[in-house]
Design a protein around this ligand. Structure first.
Ligand code: BTN
Length: 262
């Protein structure tokens, strides 16, 4: 029996993205599943999607809570690029999520460096990209996207996430269909990814920055090693956050989490 996701393959307005969609009701992580398929030679655009994940992964080694009602999927990309360019793909994907949610539901979203999409300062989507290299080139990148689609924030998420998360259902006060959501996301992702491969990153980054509410604000950055506070000045062409510290020096930050200091 085919699912709404597998049936999508025929209606998608894409050339590669989602031409093969693998669905599981329950799996550990769609990123791991996509990686196994990529290792076995699956083509660019192959998608894995699950109703629930038992070991969903977030950035910085965190767990990603993935109950039924969310849209949890991963896509295999094979950009002909050097590994240091792969960081740009989270911005490309983030912008695609912004555009898709606006096109389909009229939602106005914000971007938070490096990989979050928010509505009214609350997280609605996270992106996890994991790369595999061969020598000096990218072999494949798995881009995992988690969208709090029909989550009931109060019931479905742990206490620690309730005040910082939202869902599309909560924002629209109605349930949405996950099939059409995946369709518009894949269409926007392919459109913006192809633009990026052809024209480069600069203009897309400018568009991404238009939604970046944290820019020009005082923030705290936390990562594995340190915690820094300062003014978020910019995101540079390599995707690094430029932070002005209290002693007026600037730092390029490559990884971490941003929190606004209100
Ligand atoms: C983050 O914000 O920390 C990134 C979250 C990414 C979650 C998605 S859900 C689909 C895919 N499979 C995973 O295990 N993680 C990503």
């Amino acid at each position: 029996m085919s699912t709404v996701f597998e049936r999508l393959q025929n209606s998608l307005q894409t050339t590669r993205f989602g031409k093969r969609i693998f669905f599981a009701p329950r799996i550990e992580s769609t990123n791991d599943w996509a990686r196994q398929l990529a290792e076995a030679g699956a083509e660019e655009g192959t998608v894995t999607v699950a109703q629930t994940q038992t070991g969903g992964r977030g950035r910085l080694g965190r767990q990603w809570i993935s109950p039924q009602g969310g849209l949890w999927f991963s896509i295999i990309l094979r950009p002909r690029q050097e590994p240091h360019d792969a960081a740009k793909l989270v911005f490309v994907t983030g912008l695609a999520v912004v555009e898709a949610l606006h096109k389909k539901y009229g939602l106005r979203t914000e971007t938070k460096w490096p990989n979050d999409v928010l509505i009214n300062s609350k997280k609605v989507c996270g992106i996890l990209s994991e790369m595999n290299t061969k020598g000096q080139t990218v072999n494949y990148v798995i881009v995992g996207v988690g969208v709090n689609a029909n989550l009931c924030v109060e019931d479905d998420l742990p206490e620690s996430l309730k005040t910082t998360s939202t869902s599309i259902m909560k924002e629209l006060s109605r349930k949405i269909r996950l099939g059409p959501l995946l369709k518009v996301l894949l269409e926007e992702m392919e459109r913006i990814y192809d633009y990026y491969l052809k024209n480069g990153f600069a203009l897309l980054l400018e568009k991404w920055k238009k939604h970046a509410v944290f820019l020009g604000r005082k923030v705290t950055i936390t990562n594995h090693n340190e915690r820094l506070s300062g003014l978020a000045l910019d995101v540079d062409v390599k995707g690094a956050l430029i932070l002005k510290l209290e002693d007026e020096t600037t730092r390029r930050i490559l990884t971490g989490d941003v929190a606004l200091i209100s």
